[in-house]
Design a protein around this ligand. Structure first.
Ligand SMILES: C[S@@+](CC[C@H](N)C(=O)[O-])C[C@H]1O[C@@H](n2cnc3c(N)ncnc32)[C@H](O)[C@@H]1O
Length: 267
């Protein structure tokens, strides 16, 4: 698939997700986004902070828990969506800290800004941009977090190079994402709904680790706990359709894909 075309499709799809239009791939397929967030590791306390309108049910883990944020830190959230993790991070770093969310989809940035305004959160800022070309200065971030986004980038090496550039020396990453356990059937691999749905753009855990290490980050650790994410097997959903139609009878997506947590440090 052509890179530019992929990103255009990603923007269109997530623009629809931002306004809660159904049937857009990795859309708001969970009937109860709060319960879904609990199932992937968010606490009641975090969910009482995480703005209702910011939790679109698009996550695949809890990078906040992994990040172990401290008061006063500067946090950057890659692919911040409607700001779900940013608002939780903002309370952890406090008013001496700062959270920056970057997202490629204008409707997501607009929604996140509205949420910040409605919530009165002042230590969070949302910037329109690509994670492959971060609109962030060099050496100014303590922690990079991200939730179910790097799989959507056609150039993961570039993403981790950019992360390395913006991290302060001693900075760290805490990323939740999707990786592959084995090669997907060709029809799923080539399907744009499966790409938007966080599956077809995913790479193997070994390839993921290689792109993180190639950036210069060290002590890279990748852990996993099965597959969790917004995968709707309703055949009215484009992603559900392509998956059900192209796996063999009795096979499940969990045989191919897995949710991962990624940690690493800049010297
Ligand atoms: C699956 S959603 C996750 C949103 C958010 N992290 C959450 O957990 O609610 C993926 C998000 O990444 C954004 N995105 C996808 N590709 C991107 C890129 N190359 N640069 C910046 N943002 C991107 C999309 O617009 C969307 O908001």
């Amino acid at each position: 698939m052509d890179t530019k075309k992929i990103q255009e499709n990603v923007k269109i799809a997530y623009g629809k997700v931002a306004i809660r239009e159904k049937g857009c791939g990795c859309g708001p397929c969970q009937p109860n986004v709060k319960e879904f967030a609990k199932s992937i590791g968010y606490t009641e306390e975090e969910l009482s902070i995480g703005h209702e309108d910011a939790n679109l049910g698009l996550s695949c883990g809890n990078p906040i828990v992994l990040a172990n944020l401290k008061a006063g830190e500067t946090v950057l959230d890659l692919g911040s969506g409607a700001g779900f993790d940013c608002f939780i991070a903002a309370t952890k770093v406090g008013n001496k800290g700062k959270v920056i969310g970057v997202d490629i989809t204008p409707q997501m940035i607009e929604k996140a800004k509205d949420n910040a305004l409605n919530k009165g959160t002042e230590n969070v800022e949302f910037r329109l941009g690509e994670i492959e070309n971060l609109p962030v200065a060099d050496n100014c971030v303590d922690v990079v977090i991200s939730n179910c986004v790097v799989n959507l980038s056609p150039d993961k090496h570039r993403v981790f190079k950019e992360i390395f550039r913006v991290l302060k020396p001693g900075g760290r990453i805490a990323i939740s994402d999707i990786a592959l356990l084995r090669k997907l059937p060709a029809k799923i691999r080539q399907d744009i709904s499966a790409y938007i749905g966080c599956i077809a753009g995913a790479v193997t855990i070994d390839d993921y680790e290689e792109s993180v290490k190639a950036s210069g980050l060290y002590n890279v650790k990748i852990t996993s706990k099965g597959l969790s994410g917004c995968f709707d097997f309703d055949t009215n959903d484009p992603l559900g359709n392509v998956i059900s139609n192209n796996l063999e009878v009795g096979q499940s997506l969990a045989e191919y894909a897995i949710s991962i947590n990624v940690e690493g440090f800049k010297a």
